[in-house]
Design a binder for this molecule. Structure first.
Ligand code: SF4
Length: 364
């Protein structure tokens, strides 16, 4: 166990505001943090949050919309985002696209509304499309903030994010040597969702200083899905003398982008997202996703994969049958479970996770 003090979202918002920065509430999944930072805007991501009372959102949403969007809208309607200056809604999936439209056409928030259209698949045309989309957002932010950061400033922020992505990969690779529970590991990793880069970097560096030489002698699991909420799943895994060795989650590993190549800042930001790890919401192929998950299993010697799927998340559902089949053929066991980020983990799900871990341990 490490004693790392991580500021809360509220503390970060208050501190950054006192420095004259604007705050952007950013809905999932992909966007360029660096573009907002170049305008002195601190992104604070809204992944739900879990355990939100969603009654206010129900008036606007169909009952089959996922709990991430239900909570995200309720959180706004309850007034918790009154303090922010911008609302950013990437069009990651149909549900988030719907949320963007609800904001634009019905709620009409007092804050600046920024939407981001994300292309599907890795190719040159899509890099160009996204670079143009980021230029459009740049113009919108320039009008809001009253200044235009130059290319040098944009590149400075891009390089900072690239450095942090490299450090995050190091953190993942050291996972087996870190004296952290799965909950502690993901609490640190996910603080990137709202911390300024220098603060996040110093927390990671501090944690890495405590990496030991001996590896954790526990059963490693790859966790896939949107986000580890409710976080009780991490405790259930740890209680079985296992641990999350690495993940394929939208809030974490799927957003650890490679360095871009271009010297044009907009193209570089676009390259990083388009060429990043495969993600259902980016329309990557079954093979790409299978190869990526298999590479995570190989890297960590994990014994199985758990797909922790948010109920009604269609982009994730679409891949499961084929991925499960491909993993099975590669002798990699997997389990698919559903979650609602606002509800406790059902006992039946806990039992299935425990039985799965026992089974993969016996077979390995
Ligand atoms: S959980 Fe799935 S459906 Fe819901 S916002 Fe995320 S990607 Fe979209």
């Amino acid at each position: 166990m490490l004693h790392v003090k991580i500021p809360t979202r509220k503390e970060v918002i208050e501190e950054e505001k006192s420095k004259g920065k604007r705050i952007a509430a950013v809905y999932p999944i992909h966007y360029s943090r660096e573009l907002f930072r170049a305008f002195n805007i601190q992104p604070v991501e809204v992944w739900g949050p879990p355990k939100t009372d969603t009654r206010k959102a129900n008036a606007h949403l169909q009952s089959y919309i996922c709990s991430v969007v239900q909570s995200g809208l309720s959180f706004y309607l309850e007034g918790y985002l009154d303090i922010v200056d911008l609302i950013v809604v990437p069009h990651s999936c149909d549900s988030l696209q719907g949320l963007g439209s609800i904001f634009k056409d019905f709620i009409k928030p007092k804050q600046e509304l920024v939407t981001i259209y994300l292309p599907r698949e890795k190719n040159k045309e899509n890099v160009e499309f996204l670079a143009n989309e980021l230029k459009r957002i740049y113009k919108q932010l320039s009008q809001l903030c009253g200044f235009e950061p130059d290319n040098e400033r944009l590149m400075e922020e891009i390089k900072t994010e690239e450095e942090i992505d490299t450090l995050v990969l190091k953190f993942y690779k050291s996972r087996g040597n870190l004296p952290l529970s799965s909950r502690e590991f993901y609490t640190i990793l996910r603080s990137r969702e709202y911390l300024p880069p220098d603060k996040f970097k110093s927390i990671l560096e501090y944690a890495l200083l405590h990496a030991s030489k001996g590896k954790l002698k526990k059963t490693g699991i790859v966790l896939s899905g949107l986000l580890p909420e409710p976080m009780d799943i991490l405790d259930v895994i740890d209680d079985m003398d296992a641990f999350v060795a690495i993940d394929d989650m939208a809030c974490c590993m799927r957003r650890v982008y490679e360095e871009g190549n271009s010297s044009d800042p907009f193209e570089r930001m676009a390259e990083r997202i388009v060429n990043g790890p495969p993600d259902p919401t980016k329309g990557n192929s079954f093979d790409e996703r299978f190869e990526f998950i298999k590479s995570l299993v190989d890297l960590t010697s994990a014994k199985g994969v758990i797909f922790y799927n948010v109920k009604f998340c269609e982009p994730e559902y679409f891949y499961h049958p084929i991925l499960k089949e491909k993993l099975g053929k590669a002798q990699i066991r997997s389990l698919i479970i559903e979650n609602d980020i606002n509800e406790p983990l059902p006992q039946q799900t806990i039992t299935r996770i425990k039985a799965f871990i026992e089974m993969i341990r016996e077979l390995s």
